[in-house]
Design a protein around this ligand. Structure first.
Ligand SMILES: *[C@@H]1O[C@H](CO)[C@@H](O)[C@H](O)[C@H]1NC(C)=O
Ligand SMILES: *[C@@H]1O[C@H](CO)[C@@H](O)[C@H](O)[C@H]1NC(C)=O
Ligand SMILES: *[C@@H]1O[C@H](CO)[C@@H](O)[C@H](O)[C@H]1NC(C)=O
Ligand SMILES: *[C@@H]1O[C@H](CO)[C@@H](O)[C@H](O)[C@H]1NC(C)=O
Ligand SMILES: *[C@@H]1O[C@H](CO)[C@@H](O)[C@H](O)[C@H]1NC(C)=O
Ligand SMILES: *[C@@H]1O[C@H](CO)[C@@H](O)[C@H](O)[C@H]1NC(C)=O
Ligand SMILES: *[C@@H]1O[C@H](CO)[C@@H](O)[C@H](O)[C@H]1NC(C)=O
Length: 242
């Protein structure tokens, strides 16, 4: 009896095993056949203070119906953000979608430094895409406020003194200085970082050659392709040039 029981039980166990394997296979096949969900940042460049759109791409749509759950989670408080279009905080998040089975987006309003380097995950039915939203220097811009741009151009005869400062910007600004039609070689702007924003400053004293005394000095600075400073001033070397 004991032997028979052992055989039965091992048969039983193997059939349970098969069942489990079958269920696992079934789940794997079902998942592959269902949706292939992932999200990507749909705003470029991201402007701090503006809105950012993260789009959840919903792959295949067979078998999808309007009851499939759309959901966003994560962010700085690691909470549910959106569920079927309902926002957990309507002053911060809203959903954009056309049809129940189409891609759907999380819009983050007043995007700030707490919202970056955080994980966000979108779910469509049982499929989830979980990713970090990393800060990088090619896709994010922190514009300085007017008060956070300091520029001074002073001239004493042929000595030109240029001083520029930007506070709380991202990424590090790039500046070009032109005297007449000559581009000045300048050292990279110096900077220090507070959390993610950057304080950048540049100070340069130049001696202008006499033949350029009647031209202009122009200074142009940009964050990526966004100009943040563009000034032109006429030179006046009347002390020594006349
Ligand atoms: C939805 O996402 C897919 C990629 O999964 C993309 O090819 C398609 O253009 C998107 N549809 C819309 C309406 O943006
Ligand atoms: C969902 O789809 C069903 C069948 O197409 C329809 O009867 C129902 O009104 C739809 N519900 C919503 C909320 O769109
Ligand atoms: C996270 O929670 C804190 C404290 O409850 C709140 O002040 C903050 O606004 C929340 N952030 C977001 C993005 O909802
Ligand atoms: C909703 O978001 C706003 C803006 O970020 C924030 O001030 C507020 O505290 C948030 N509310 C909750 C309940 O987290
Ligand atoms: C960063 O730069 C600003 C502007 O020059 C300066 O006032 C501040 O002291 C600097 N901070 C550090 C930690 O160096
Ligand atoms: C200097 O700049 C002014 C405008 O700011 C322009 O009208 C003038 O033509 C410029 N002069 C030269 C020599 O480029
Ligand atoms: C140049 O500077 C001299 C001395 O400060 C001044 O008298 C003159 O008016 C200036 N010329 C111009 C075009 O600004």
């Amino acid at each position: 009896m004991a032997v028979i029981f052992a055989i039965c039980s091992s048969k039983f166990m193997s059939s349970v095993k098969n069942l489990v394997v079958n269920i696992i296979l079934f789940i794997m096949i079902e998942c592959n056949a269902a949706y292939n969900v992932y999200w990507k940042r749909d705003t470029s460049p991201v402007m701090f203070g503006d809105s950012v759109n993260l789009m959840c791409m919903v792959g295949r749509q067979e078998g999808c119906d309007n009851s499939t759950t759309r959901r966003w989670d994560g962010g700085p408080n690691n909470t549910i953000l959106l569920l079927n279009g309902h926002s957990s905080n309507a002053t911060k998040y809203y959903e954009v979608t056309k049809d129940p089975c189409d891609n759907f987006s999380l819009v983050i309003m007043n995007f700030n430094m707490n919202d970056v380097n955080q994980e966000y995950w979108c779910s469509f039915g049982f499929e989830t895409s979980r990713q970090n939203l990393p800060l990088d220097e090619q896709n994010f811009i922190g514009m300085p406020t007017k008060n956070n741009i300091h520029v001074s151009v002073q001239q004493w005869a042929t000595k030109l003194d240029i001083s520029i400062g930007f506070y709380k910007v991202f990424p590090k600004p790039k500046c070009k200085i032109k005297i007449g039609d000559e581009h000045l070689l300048i050292d990279p702007i110096k900077s220090n970082v507070s959390r993610i924003f950057i304080n950048a400053y540049l100070h340069k004293t130049i001696t202008i050659s006499k033949d350029r005394c009647h031209g202009n000095v122009s200074i142009k600075c940009a964050l990526l392709t966004t100009t943040i400073l563009d000034i032109t001033q006429s030179l006046n070397c009347s002390f020594s040039c006349r």
